[in-house]
Design a protein around this ligand. Structure first.
Ligand SMILES: [Zn+2]
Ligand SMILES: [Zn+2]
Length: 433
């Protein structure tokens, strides 16, 4: 389900880092040796075996991150991102695997388009990448794709992301296909007659700024519908980019009743609120929009208690000329791969809102589990998927540092705490700083 360039597996020893693996229950200072791309030994004062030694003193070594929601923009918008640039950005962000969304030009709705993406990934991907395929042909919401065939070919899941599946009958049939494909549906929950031409969250700030509102109920009413259908069909589903308190509450209630529902939240919804829109910066315009402080509090609580099991960037590159326009005219979406850890460390861990261990789990094993990928772990014999983090380092987010082809980051110009020093993905060192 994941594809990357072939390459040499590396040998190395990371010495004296604080090794934190929430899945394996490890939190201690020790050395980790990697032989031929596999974790070979954990311990103190390990023999380097002639391997390259990386000094980890004062740093945190954790399982590398998994991003289940990235827009790589291929095919069709290679000016905004490519598999090469997007996976390089992922490596710089500490990721060892990413999943790409199918709302491209053309849409990933056929075996031919999926097959050519897989070939491109085998030629270009620095970090293993998987591809979701569309739920409906052309993401037009009228007719299901050949889901069984796409799953056989290696689709990691199905999504019409960018758009909701509006017709409940079609959504129900898509859920029924789970018994055949075994792949999860990932849903962009938006009731389009409620969100309409909304530019930002509907509330006091939108009223003051005079922008058309996109109310939180436009999301939660669709989350509730899809949870009801999933319960009825006894099929699993995944809710993309949850933004509203009511959605978190609906998920929590459904999970308590045994519905197999998972959910993700983005760094921007965890760190910002609609107050940020007062800047009129097009880089705080996204779908779903930044919501109220109360919604943000509910998202953090949901992430903490596991109702929301993973963090996804929804990395959505846009060309400069498209974003350098007035707020009302700008497209929705922001980048996030290269700033996710630092933004969340600065916004949640430093102020004591979320333990570091929880953040690490929600960025790594959490998303892997949703899509049935092997969770990255620091255990003898496991493939080396590692990230070395400097939680004391501060850095300024600047456009010329990005590996991504696009720079529409909401964090531009900010000074963040937490740097990725080294990323090992599938046994290869893919990033160092
Ligand atoms: Zn979406
Ligand atoms: Zn998206």
């Amino acid at each position: 389900m994941l594809w990357a360039k072939n390459g040499q597996r590396d040998d190395l020893v990371v010495r004296g880092a604080r090794v934190v693996d929430p899945v394996e229950g490890i939190d201690s200072v020790c050395d980790v040796r990697v032989d031929g791309g596999l974790v070979a030994q954990l311990g103190t004062a390990l023999d380097a075996n002639g391997h390259r030694v990386v000094d980890g003193e004062g740093l945190v070594l954790a399982p590398a991150f998994v991003d289940p929601h990235v827009h790589l923009r291929v095919p069709g918008r290679e000016d905004e991102e490519t598999i090469a640039s997007g996976t390089a950005a992922a490596a710089a962000g500490g990721y060892c695997a990413i999943l790409a969304m199918p709302n491209t030009e053309p849409v990933v709705d056929s075996a031919a388009v999926l097959g050519s993406l897989i070939e491109d990934a085998q030629a270009q991907a620095v970090v293993p990448v998987g591809f979701l395929a569309a739920i409906t042909r052309g993401q037009e919401g009228a007719e299901l794709t050949e889901m069984a065939e796409l799953a056989d070919q290696g689709a990691a899941g199905f999504s019409d992301d960018g758009r909701p599946v509006v017709a409940p009958g079609l959504m129900r049939r898509a859920l029924q296909y789970h018994t055949i494909t075994g792949r999860r549906l990932a849903l962009h929950c938006e009731e389009p007659t409620l969100s309409r031409s909304g530019q930002m969250h509907e509330g006091a700030v939108s009223a003051e700024l005079g922008f058309a509102g996109y109310p939180s109920v436009a999301e939660s009413v669709m989350v509730e519908r899809d949870l009801a259908l999933a319960a009825y069909e006894e099929a699993p589903l995944h809710v993309l980019h949850v933004s509203a308190r009511e959605s978190v509450e609906a998920l929590r209630a459904a999970q308590a009743k045994g519905v197999q529902a998972t959910a993700e939240v983005t760094p921007h919804h965890l760190c910002l609120t609609d107050e940020a829109v007062r800047t009129l910066d097009p880089n705080v315009k996204m779908n779903p929009p930044l919501r109220s402080g109360d919604d943000r509090t509910a998202l953090i609580a949901g992430l903490k208690d596991g109702t929301i099991g993973c963090i996804a960037t929804d990395h959505a590159p846009h060309a400069r000329h498209e974003k350098e326009v007035p707020f009302e005219a700008a497209p929705f979406g922001v980048t996030g791969l290269e700033t996710a850890f630092a933004a969340l460390y600065t916004g949640l861990v430093e102020p004591g809102l979320l333990p570091l261990e929880t953040l690490l789990e929600r960025m790594s094993a959490g998303p892997a589990r949703v899509y049935g990928l092997e969770p990255p772990r620091i255990a003898v014999g496991a493939p080396a998927n590692l990230v070395l983090l400097d939680t004391a380092a501060t850095w300024k987010v600047e456009e010329d540092r990005f590996r991504s082809r696009s720079a529409n980051s909401w964090a531009l110009g900010q000074t963040l705490k937490g740097r990725v020093r080294l990323t090992v993905a599938a046994g290869r060192v893919v990033h160092e700083s």
